[in-house]
Design a protein around this ligand. Sequence first.
Ligand code: GTP
Ligand code: SPV
Ligand code: MN
Length: 631
Amino acid sequence: FYVVNEVVTKRLGHMPILKGDFHLLPMKVQRFVAEKAELMRPRGIYICDGTQHEADEIIDKLVERGMLSPLKAYENNFICRTDPKDVARVESKTWMVTPNKHQTVTHTAEGVEPIMGHWMPPESFGTELDSRFPGCMAGRIMYVVPFSMGPIGGPLSKIGIQLTDSNYVVLCMRIMTRVSPAVWDALGDQDYVRCIHSVGLPRPVRVKVVNHWPCNPERVIIAHRPAEREIWSFGSGYGGNSLLGKKCFALRIASNIARDEGWMAEHMLIMGVTNPEGHERFIVAAFPSACGKTNLAMLEPTVPGWKVRCVGDDIAWMKFGEDGQLYAINPENGFFGVAPGTSHKTNPMAMESFQKNSIFTNVAETVDGEYFWEGLEKEIKDPTVEMINWLGEKWRIGDPGKAAHPNSRFTAPASQCPIIHPDWESPHGVPIDAIIFGGRRPDGVPLVFETFSWLHGIFTGACLKSETTAAAEFTGKSIMHDPMAMRPFMGYNFGQYLQHWIDLSKTPEGHAPRKVPKIYHVNWFRLNKEGKFLWPGYGDNIRVIDWIIRRLDGDDSHALKTPIGYVPTQGSINMEGLPPVNWDELVSVPKEYWQEDAKEVRKFLESQVGIDLPAEIRHELDEQEKRIGAM
Ligand code: GTP
Ligand code: SPV
Ligand code: MN
């Protein structure tokens, strides 16, 4: 029991506490909540306890208001359509606020805009904040959401408190993070990440609210103050912009904490793979947004005897243990997955995960109360059934336009995944033996290759590229650099981030030698001349994982050395039961392509990272260029 001090009382004024006991909050939290309530002036404060009863109450209210509707074909599943202007992360309005520009961005060449990190000086941030947040919650309730990233109280876990005026966000935070009053006890003397979110539409609302989805697209800002461990998000209710535990905290802020504390916060899935002999290995994989993490994390092997179990599908926090082994935890509690393309054929385990207690955003709904999106055409009970598409229009398969937005998402509890790993909540994490990078590369990039060393692996990750997807505001398809699959999520100077990776491999004095994982690169998305995928992908990706695991087990007879790494020899990947695959095209390392790539990559690293590029990585660049030159 804490005594409310005078300042807090004065700040709160007569603001009602609609739920919870303010006095039971730790003193530092009382101060934070009171200060922000005074700024944003909600009509009341609601302290969340994370119970099912609370969720049911909020759901009832949202259903009554028309923002959510039940999907009647399932148990406790709901659908929600956003304002069509608020459907994805807004990278152009996402900022890191640091006193010094180069804490956030690298020293790019004269006139070259940095693509990693988006810097805003504190003075401008002050102005932007002042023009948005005062009074922004007028007429709305401010929810106080205590949450833990990682199992509550775990040694690798961190605590956050989100203030939000969106009850949709509260519901999703309950699925995606661990919301519980136990967080107050776990907090103790620790620091926590302060997350402030508003849809940016105080009452009375003077504009038309579309789909009962309040937002303020013109005024969106998502700003991070890493030194203060603080996030300010305004104007959007969409996932990556509003569920602040996810990309804002678990990647952008956490990568700063990780640098300070000697660990890593990465955009990676975590999977356990058991071979037919019963030996399990854990692997992490970094692919850019909408490039296959959720699918790989829950892969259902098409080769008998193999077993995959999911630890996480989007974010990994990793730390070397006292034994020199790298361990990873999944800081999240649920999946916020891309709906289109998900089906019983491609990802049956994801399908099983969202049969109940899940929220679907911007998908279509059939008159029978089922969800629908592109990719379910062959599985829907009645292919002629009438639907409401994501824009709220009547729609049938074959009609022009799309059923679901390409970035429509399911939000489902991880615990409902039938192949969730029994150790997925292990506070110490699971031991990692391999790191995989990958992206959408229609040309030139082989199905899989193994890098030569930790440094060559970091270089390969730094040069990661992928075709743009609908996960952010980009339109059209082009190949973009997405270093380490972290481009939109970089929390600090990318050169220093690379240096951090390099330094982590070095054993601190007096400790057990560090075992660095092997680093691989995969590409499920290479196309043939007709524009068709050369590789079946999905469950068949186990065949590539099988090759990787045999490499880890010390089999080096099945690889061919190329200038970019080791590729599998013909016959070394199990192709039994597959329709014919054009092997040569699938694994080739074309000379002209890579010569062009070498030039492009040098230009990229020199213009984008410049003097911040660690000497070790510059050396890898030189060596790779030489190898390619000698092809
Ligand atoms: P974020 O949640 O945005 O970080 O995305 P993600 O990396 O988890 O991507 P996800 O697994 O949701 O896949 C995105 C899209 O890629 C979906 O439409 C999938 O159907 C498709 N996809 C995933 N794996 C494969 C594959 O092996 N081959 C092909 N062709 N498509 C795939
Ligand atoms: C991504 O874009 O990588 C996602 C979805 O996982 S979001 O939470 O919006 O970032
Ligand atoms: Mn992601």
